[in-house]
Design a protein around this ligand. Sequence first.
Ligand SMILES: *[C@@H]1O[C@H](CO)[C@@H](O)[C@H](O)[C@H]1NC(C)=O
Ligand SMILES: *[C@@H]1O[C@H](CO)[C@@H](O)[C@H](O)[C@H]1NC(C)=O
Ligand SMILES: *[C@@H]1O[C@H](CO)[C@@H](O)[C@H](O)[C@H]1NC(C)=O
Length: 336
Amino acid sequence: MPAKHIISTLFLAILPVGYCQLAQLAVAAGKTYFGTATDNSELTDSPYVAQLGNTSDFHQITAANSMKWDATEPSRGTFTFAAGDTIANLALNNGQILRGHNCVWHNQLPSWVTSGNFDNATLLSIVENHCSTLVSHYKGNIDSWDVINEPFNDDGTFRQSVFFNATGTTYIPTALRAARAADPNAKLYINDFNIEGTGAKSTAMANLVQSLKSQGVPIDGIGVQAHLIVGEVPPTLQQNLQSFVNLGVEVAITELDVRMTLPATDALLAQQQQDYQTVIRACKAVSGCIGVTIWDWTDKYSWVPGSFPGQGAACPWDENLVKKPAYQGIVNGWTQ
Ligand SMILES: *[C@@H]1O[C@H](CO)[C@@H](O)[C@H](O)[C@H]1NC(C)=O
Ligand SMILES: *[C@@H]1O[C@H](CO)[C@@H](O)[C@H](O)[C@H]1NC(C)=O
Ligand SMILES: *[C@@H]1O[C@H](CO)[C@@H](O)[C@H](O)[C@H]1NC(C)=O
């Protein structure tokens, strides 16, 4: 862990209990961090930026979009890091831990990647160069990288992405090895959704990690996104996190939110509080679960309404930046 993180963690750990908020409580529960995703377009909103930098609640940041492939290598071999650097510098200035997101994903790709009709060897060299250049650029500033994002279908088969179609599963070790070489101190993750509870997709993730480890491919963690629905937290969440940890990797909850069908009612908000508490408790109970990131902290900037029409109110703060019952759910999860 870089020195600045040790210092901020010590600082958080010695604050009096009555002062404790989400990040301090996570540390008190033995975790490395509690944090949030953010995005560049939100950084002109001063009240938003003030709370984003409030390290009592958040001492970890993930760039929601600006380190993705379309943002960082929009044309082949031409890298643009300005937007990603803005988030990295924000985290650095706030003393917050930074998560890298992501090297290889089937979505938000520039058209030169999706339409290039590259053969296996060429696409592997493109993946290697992308991961190597991206991870090198942020070397020393990033604790953990989502190197591979969403490689599976929900039935546990591999997603037929441009990468899988051309290389089979070979793009996965290629990306992981490139990331390790570029920043040997960063923890390397595979991140996916619908792997919160046990089931075919979680089994596929476990099998992949086991296979990579048996081949000596660097892999340090499994990212469990946790884009959840009110009232539907899988009852096997804690057991599943533990079974991932038992593979010899760490886990992190990387993109937590709990959406509902609008309008938000008192009953839905109460259930949402319970759901946040259940997720936090599960991470607390599993010693290899190192931290939790929410996928932005306010409904004002949640991705949910744009992707799931008619749903929303998924974050712990409402669109006026006021805490919802879910905030207390997180507090309760860390403390009870
Ligand atoms: C930081 O957040 C905590 C908990 O939400 C709050 O009590 C405190 O007032 C905030 N600090 C600042 C400077 O806004
Ligand atoms: C991958 O191959 C499958 C099966 O041929 C095809 O349906 C799918 O569109 C391909 N995906 C991409 C991104 O090329
Ligand atoms: C792609 O190339 C690698 C060797 O570099 C090989 O192991 C893998 O099987 C190839 N994938 C496909 C789909 O041919």
